[in-house]
Structures are given as structure tokens and as C-alpha cells.
Design a protein around this ligand. Sequence first.
Ligand code: UD1
Ligand code: UDP
Length: 362
Amino acid sequence: MKVVSVVGARPQFVKAGIVSRKLRDKGVKEILVHTGQHYDFNMSNVFFRELRIPNPDYYLGIGSGMHGEQTGKMLIEMEKVLVEEKPDIALVYGDTNSTLAGALAASKLHIPVAHVEAGLRSYNRKMPEEINRVLTDHISEILFAPTDVAVENLKKEGITKGVYKVGDVMFDVALEVAGKVNEKKVLNKYGLKPEKFILVTIHRAENTVEETFLQIWKALNKLAKLGIKLFFPVHPRTKKLIEKLELVPESKNLTLTEPVSYFEMVALEKNAKVIITDSGGVQKEGFFFGTPCVIPREETEWIELVDFGFNHLAGVNTEKIFELCEGLFFGGIEIQKNLPKFYGDGSASDKIVSIISGDDFE
Ligand code: UD1
Ligand code: UDP
């Protein structure tokens, strides 16, 4: 069995961080392709180092660009790799342009595509990720759905064959890493105390335009002025906008930093009282560690967490973001305990590997 795995962006490194290792442990011949969509040290290398991901066999070096240009360049280069390697399966993760390029190149060459994190939907076709998810699912032969909701979403689109509900590989990674991180050291490094700060990440394309971002920025400053510490590792896309708008925190309680490593992120998510995020991965990780998220978006693909009442959709509305955070931080809004196991039991990666390696796949 030979698998070509395609990664390119931060959340994909995290997911491959467990799946690649287990594939290789099982004796599967894995060829790892890094498209180069993310390339800064703290957006790429740091994950390979911390999670001991094998060095990519191919680095395509595509870099940033408009969607068509970026995806098109990836498609051209991916096709060459697949023609050369002739794998039995192409394995893609999530919903980025690297996911779509890998899946499209493989399917045109009649190489079966396996999609990790299949069936996610926000039902907002303006999100580039939604287009990538829908298209990738429809050209995949093996669909690893993390949740019941994802399986149902696929069913609504007529996809029932090749669907496996396996749980979420991000849960597997988080469990593994949470046991290894020196939380105290991370908190000391950043001058933070357990349960006494809000962690912030913002990077979605729709939230990094001036008017929308300013709504979020105002809420962060309002919370900081109230005396709450906020710690905000800034994605490069967001950093560009902050610099362009010449924004400066209005209180010393709002700290902006470079993106942090995954190990540090786990420590921060575990110890924050509340998280403000538009990240898909971070919404779930907050839940894994019992930390609720306020989501400055109108909808989310991880809807089960909102329906359950653990995470909260705020829209991009300064007052709503502020009120939800204030309530969760000071106790006016209850933080739910006894959480259901929406994302499996930490064995999603084992299930994926056993299906791919043929133990459980007809
Ligand atoms: C991409 C994914 C998004 C995912 C996110 C994870 C798509 C369409 N979007 O969004 O689904 O949630 O990754 O973080 O695939 N940049 C740097 N250095 C880097 C990477 C990016 O400076 O290492 C800057 C560039 O200016 C670039 C911008 O960030 O234009 C956006 O990067 P890009 O990969 O296009 O999109 P993300 O917002 O990272
Ligand atoms: N992450 C990280 N450092 C950061 C911000 C995020 O290690 O400064 C991790 C986070 O813990 C999660 C993944 O990156 O595992 C999520 O990536 P991102 O939010 O960029 O993308 P999304 O999940 O929204 O696609």
C-alpha cells in the first residue's frame, strides 16, 4: 500500500502529526507532500519539529497568492508528483486550497482520494473553505467523517458510499500532546495565570477585512479596558491588516504576539478562561479542554458545540462579543461541564490507518 499525503497549512500539519506517524508505524509506504501554502517558520517548521512529522518527500514551494493562482500552481505540481509516485491512495485533510488541489489532481488521474474531516459544512458558499469541502467530498472515495452531523451532511448530498465515522484526529493529537506540555512554563513565558485570561485567534478571510475586523478589535479593547487580560497570537494575514490600519492596543491588557507553537497553544487553550476564535480547529480544541469559545462568525461547521450550548456564535458584533465574553469570564453565563464525546475516544487516527491499510476496507 502506497499513500501520497498532502499537507500545506497549519491545521493540516497538526492532523498529519498523528496520522503520518501511525501510517508509517503500520508499514504503509507514505510519501508526504508539503505544498508550501504556509511557509513562515512559526506557521510550518515548528509543527514538523514538535510533532515529529517526517520531512516532506516533496516541497512544492507554492506560497501565497489569489485562490485561482495558488490552487492552479498546486494542481500542476501535484499532478507531476502523482504521476511519478503512482500511489494507491491520495490522502487529503480538511478544507484548504491544498486539500482541493491534492484531491482534484488525484481524482483526474483515477487515484482514489481519502478525505480526513469529510462532511463538514457551514452552508456559507462565500467561504473559500466551503467550496473546497464540498468539491473534495464529491470527488473522494473514502470519506472520514468526524461526527454524526458530518455523516448526515454527506447523506443530504447523496454521499453514503465510502463514508466512515471515525471521530476527530485533532482530538487524538490534543490528548497526546496535553499529557506532555509543561503548562506552567508556557504561562510563565507569557506572564499569564490559569483562568485569568482570554485567548484570541482571528484569521478567516471574511474577518480580515477592515470593517469586520474593526468590530472584533473594538470588542477586544473594550474587554482589555475592563481589566481582562487578552493574549492574541496573530496569524500573518491578520498581522498585515493590523499594520495596514495602524492599530495599536488601547490597554496593556491586550497582548499581540507572533503565532505560537502547537504545544504552547495547547497550554494556552487549557488555561484560558474563554477563547475568542474564528478558527475551526481552535473551536474544537477549546471544547477538548473545557474552555468555551465565543465565535465572531454568523455560522460554524462545528455546530454541535453551539447547539449544545458550550460555544457561542456572536456574529461580528462588538457588543455581542463583549457581552458573551464578559458573562463567561465573570460567571454570568454558565460554562457547561459533563460534556458529551462528540469527537470520539481518541482513536480516530488508528481507525483511519486501519481502513487505509486494508484491515477494514472493502
Ligand atoms: C488558510 C486556509 C484556511 C485555514 C488557514 C489555517 C484556504 C483557502 N484557507 O488560510 O482554511 O483555516 O489556512 O491557518 O486554503 N502568510 C504569510 N506566511 C505564511 C502563510 C501565509 O505571511 O506562512 C500570509 C500571506 O500574506 C498570505 C496570507 O497570509 O497571503 C493568507 O495565507 P493563505 O494560506 O492564503 O490563507 P490563510 O488565511 O492562511
Ligand atoms: N495553532 C497554533 N498556534 C497558533 C494558532 C493556532 O499552533 O498561534 C493551532 C491550533 O491549536 C490548531 C490549528 O493551529 O491546532 C488551527 O489552525 P488555524 O486556526 O490556523 O486553522 P483552522 O483550524 O481554522 O483551519
